[in-house]
Design a protein around this ligand. Structure first.
Ligand code: C2E
Ligand code: CA
Ligand code: CA
Length: 667
C-alpha cells in the first residue's frame, strides 16, 4: 500500500485524514474516534503487546510514535502524536503516515504548549548551546534582566553558566563541562532590575533540539534571596549569644572541633574556661538588668586581653570560653594572667562599682583531651580547682584534678541529703573573758556526721556549700539550731551568748535578716543572745550594703564580730566606718607571736587600732600559756582556743562548764 492509500483508508472511515486515539492500561485495543463528532464511527484496532507498551512509555510530554496496524483487513501506517493524559490513559491525534501536515500541526501544538510552559514557569530559564550561545530566554529572565529574548538569542552566556565565577572566562572549560554532561547546581548573585538577587541555578544537559541530537544546557534559576537572608539570620542567631554578641556554646563547640581537626595529632589547641567568682551574688543583689550589663562589660574586658585570632564565647550564665589561636602553655597562661589582672579592677555599671574576679581553667589538646568533649571537661575541671584554690586565679589541668572534682560531685549529692536527713550538728567552743576567766559565750561550729565517712569538718564542705548555694539552707539551719540552744541555756540558768558564722554568700540573700528574726522568734530568744561572726569578704565588695545589714542585725540585739581579722583585704580606715562590736584577731597572728618580735609588734599595733576604734578584741586560737600572757599584756578582752576548750557537742560543753565552775570554786 502506498501513502496515498493509507490516507484513503482513514479518510474513508472518518471523512478526514486524522482522528483521535486513546489507549487504556487495561487493554491493547487502540480506539480511534473522529476529531469532530460528525460521523459516529468509532474504530477499535488491535495492537500487538510491543506497540501497546511503546505507547504506554509516553509521559506527560507530547511525543510521536509510528505504528503499523490493520484497519478492516487493510494494512495501515499511523503517526500517533500524544501523551499520557490520565492515570491509566494515553491519548492524542492519529494521522495517516503521508499526512505530514497533520503530524506537524499536532506536534506543533504540543511544542507550543511546552514552549509556553518554559516561558511562564516561575523560574528563570535560559537554554544554551554547546558554544555558550543563548537559545531561549524565558519571560521571567526577560523581566528580571530587562532584555528581550529576541535581542539576546545567540549572545554568549558563559558568565552565567560556569560553576564558579573565576572560571567564567574560560570557554575551554565550558566545552569540558558540556562534554562531561553532568548536572550541577550553583548559587549566583545576579544583577536584576530589582537590584542584586541571589539565585540558585540548576544546570542540566539534554540531548534534543535541532537535528534531534544536539546537546543543550538548560539553566533554571530560582530567586533564593529571601530564603537565604532568613536562613543566614537563623544561622547567626543559632551561633550568637544574644546578650554579648559573642559566639555561643554552639558556635564555640564547632570552632574547637574544627581547630582540633585542623591541628591533627601533632598540632596544639588551647582552651581557657572562665567562670566569674561572685556573679550570682551580684545578680541576686542588684538584679538581672544590672547583671546583664556587668556580663557585657566583663566580656568586653576579657576580649581586650586576648591575642589576635583568639575566639571568646559565652557559654551562658557567667561562663566563658576562649579558644586560643596559639596553644603553647606559656601563651595560654599569659592570657589568663592578663585577664585576671584586668579583673582585679572594679567594673563601673551605672553609678555602682563592683568587683568580680574570675577563676580560669586551662587545657591543651592533645595532652589534656583528644576530643572537644574531653578538652572542655578538662578545662572545666581545672577551673573548679582554681576556684577551690581560693578563686581569682588560674590552673592548668592535670590528671590528678579529676579526683578533686569527684569529691565535689560526692559533696553535691551527699551534703544535700545530709541536711535533709539531719546529719549536721553544732559543736560549741567557749569564749572567755581574759581578765576574769569567766565564760562569756560560745561559738557554734558546724559538724557533719556522714554515715559513710564519719565526722566531716567544716573546712571540707563549707566552701562547697558556698559555691553551690547550699549555704543558704545550711546557714538557716545553723541560725535556728543555735538560737534554740541559746534559749535552752538561758532557761537552764547559764549566762551565755552564742555566735554563729555567716558567710558572705548568705548575706547576699535579701531575706537573711528576716531569717535571723524568725530564728529568734521560733526559739523565743528575747533578749537576743545570738551574735554573728562575719569575715572581711562580707565587707569589701559592697560596703554600703554591709553597713546597712550590720545595722539591722544590731538593732535586733545581735553583736557583730569581724572574724579572721587581718587575713582579708579590709583597710583600717574602712574598719572605722563599719559599726562592729568585736574584732577577732585571726589565729595565724596569735601563732606568729612565738616566732619573732616583728610579728609581735604587728599584733600589738592591730590590737591598738581596734581599741582606738572602740571595738572589743577577741584573740582566737590560744593554745599556750605564753600566748595568753602576751594577749593579757595587750589588754585583749576575750580569748578562745584549745588552751581553754575545743569545740564540743552540747552535753560535753555543759560538763566542761560545770567542771570549770567547780575548779573556780575550789580556787
Ligand atoms: P573560724 O570561724 O575561724 O572558727 C575557728 C576555727 O578554729 C574552728 O575550726 C575551731 O575549731 C578552730 N580552733 C579554735 N581554737 C583553736 C586553737 O586553739 N587552735 C587551732 N589550731 N584551731 C582552733 P572549725 O570548727 O574546723 O571551723 C573552721 C571554719 O569553718 C570556721 O573558722 C568557719 O569559718 C567555718 N565554719 C564553721 N562552722 C560554720 C558555720 O556554721 N557556718 C559557716 N558559714 N562557716 C562555718
Ligand atoms: Ca568564727
Ligand atoms: Ca576565725
Amino acid at each position: 500500500m502506498n501513502d496515498d492509500q493509507h490516507d484513503q483508508v482513514l479518510y474513508a472511515r472518518f471523512g478526514t485524514s486524522s482522528a483521535c486515539w486513546r489507549l487504556s492500561a487495561g487493554s491493547n485495543t487502540l480506539e480511534l474516534t473522529p476529531v469532530t463528532g460528525a460521523v459516529p464511527a468509532n474504530v477499535a484496532i488491535a495492537l500487538n503487546p510491543q506497540q501497546a507498551s511503546q505507547i504506554r512509555c509516553l509521559t506527560g510530554m507530547t511525543s510521536h510514535i509510528v505504528v503499523d496496524v490493520h484497519l478492516a483487513g487493510e494494512p495501515l501506517r499511523l503517526h500517533l502524536v500524544g501523551k499520557k493524559v490520565n492515570r491509566d490513559t494515553w491519548a492524542g491525534t492519529a494521522s495517516a503516515y503521508d499526512d505530514t501536515a497533520s503530524v506537524v500541526r499536532d506536534l506543533a501544538q504540543g511544542l507550543a504548549f511546552a514552549e509556553q510552559v518554559v516561558s511562564e514557569v516561575n523560574s528563570v530559564v535560559v537554554i544554551v548551546d554547546r558554544h555558550g550561545k543563548i537559545q531561549r530566554f524565558n519571560r521571567l529572565a526577560e523581566e528580571l534582566s530587562g532584555i528581550k529574548e529576541a535581542d539576546i538569542i545567540g549572545s554568549n552566556a558563559l558568565a552565567l553558566l560556569m560553576p564558579s565565577q573565576d572560571d567564567a572566562a574560560g570557554s575551554a572549560n565550558f566545552a569540558e563541562v558540556f562534554n562531561r554532561g553532568v548536572a550541577y547546581d550553583v548559587e549566583r548573585r545576579i544583577k536584576t532590575v530589582h537590584g542584586e538577587r541571589l539565585f540558585l541555578f540548576h544546570h542540566k544537559f539534554v540531548r534534543s533540539g535541532r537535528g534531534g541530537d544536539e546537546p543543550l544546557l538548560i539553566c533554571s534559576g530560582t530567586d533564593i534571596t529571601e530564603q537565604r537572608l532568613a536562613q543566614e539570620r537563623l544561622t547567626e542567631l543559632a551561633n550568637t549569644d544574644e546578650l554579648t554578641g559573642l559566639s555561643n556554646r554552639n558556635a564555640i563547640q564547632d570552632k574547637i572541633r574544627a581547630a582540633i581537626e585542623h591541628a591533627g595529632p601533632h598540632g596544639e589547641v588551647g582552651v581557657l574556661f572562665l567562670d566569674l567568682d561572685n556573679f550570682k551574688k551580684v545578680n541576686d543583689h542588684y538584679g538581672h538588668v544590672f547583671g546583664d550589663d556587668l556580663i557585657r562589660d566583663v566580656s568586653a574586658a576579657i576580649g581586650g586581653c586576648l591575642n589576635a585570632g583568639d575566639t571568646l564565647a559565652r557559654l551562658g550564665g557567667d561562663e566563658f570560653i576562649v579558644l586560643a589561636a596559639r596553644g603553647t602553655s606559656r601563651e595560654l597562661e599569659a592570657t589568663a594572667q592578663r585577664i585576671l589582672e584586668r579583673m582585679r579592677a572594679p567594673f563601673a555599671v551605672g553609678l555602682v562599682e563592683v568587683y568580680t574576679g574570675c577563676s580560669i581553667g586551662i587545657a591543651h589538646y592533645p595532652q589534656h583531651g583528644d576530643s572537644l568533649e574531653s578538652l572542655i571537661r578538662s578545662a572545666d575541671t581545672a577551673m573548679y580547682v582554681a576556684k577551690d584554690a581560693g578563686k581569682r586565679t588560674h590552673r592548668v589541668f592535670s590528671p590528678d584534678m579529676n579526683r578533686r572534682v569527684a569529691e565535689y560531685m560526692w559533696l553535691d549529692t551527699n551534703l544535700r541529703r545530709g541536711l535533709e536527713e539531719g546529719h549536721l550538728t553544732l559543736h560549741y567552743q567557749p569564749k572567755l573573758s581574759l581578765a576574769s576567766g569567766t565564760v562569756q559565750g560560745a561559738e557554734a561550729l558546724v559538724r557533719w556526721n556522714s554515715p559513710e565517712r564519719g565526722q566531716i569538718m567544716p573546712a571540707d564542705f563549707i566552701r562547697y556549700a558556698e559555691e553551690s548555694g547550699l549555704i543558704g539552707v545550711l546557714g538557716r539551719w545553723v541560725m535556728e539550731s543555735a538560737a534554740k540552744q541559746a534559749a535552752i541555756w538561758k532557761a537552764d540558768g547559764y549566762n551565755l551568748r552564742v555566735a554563729i558564722n555567716v558567710s558572705a554568700r548568705q548575706l547576699a540573700d535579701p531575706a537573711v535578716v528576716q531569717h535571723f528574726t524568725e530564728a529568734l522568734q521560733h526559739a523565743e530568744l528575747d533578749p537576743c543572745l545570738l551574735d554573728l561572726e562575719l569575715t572581711e569578704s562580707c565587707l569589701i565588695e559592697d560596703e554600703a550594703a554591709a553597713i546597712e545589714l550590720i545595722t539591722q542585725f544590731r538593732q535586733l540585739g545581735a553583736q557583730v564580730h569581724l572574724d579572721d581579722f587581718g587575713t582579708g583585704y579590709s583597710s583600717l580606715s574602712q574598719l572605722g566606718r563599719i559599726p562592729l562590736d568585736v574584732i577577732k584577731l585571726d589565729r595565724s597572728f596569735v601563732r606568729s607571736i612565738n616566732a619573732d618580735t616583728k610579728a609581735q609588734a604587728l599584733v600589738r599595733s592591730m590590737v591598738a587600732v581596734a581599741q582606738e576604734l572602740d571595738f572589743k578584741v577577741v584573740a582566737e586560737g590560744i593554745e599556750t600559756e605564753s600566748e595568753e600572757m602576751f594577749m593579757k599584756g595587750l589588754g585583749v578582752d576575750y580569748v578562745q582556743g584549745f588552751l581553754y576548750g575545743r569545740a564540743m557537742p552540747v552535753a560535753e560543753f555543759e560538763r566542761w562548764m560545770q567542771d570549770r565552775q567547780k575548779l573556780r570554786l575550789i580556787a
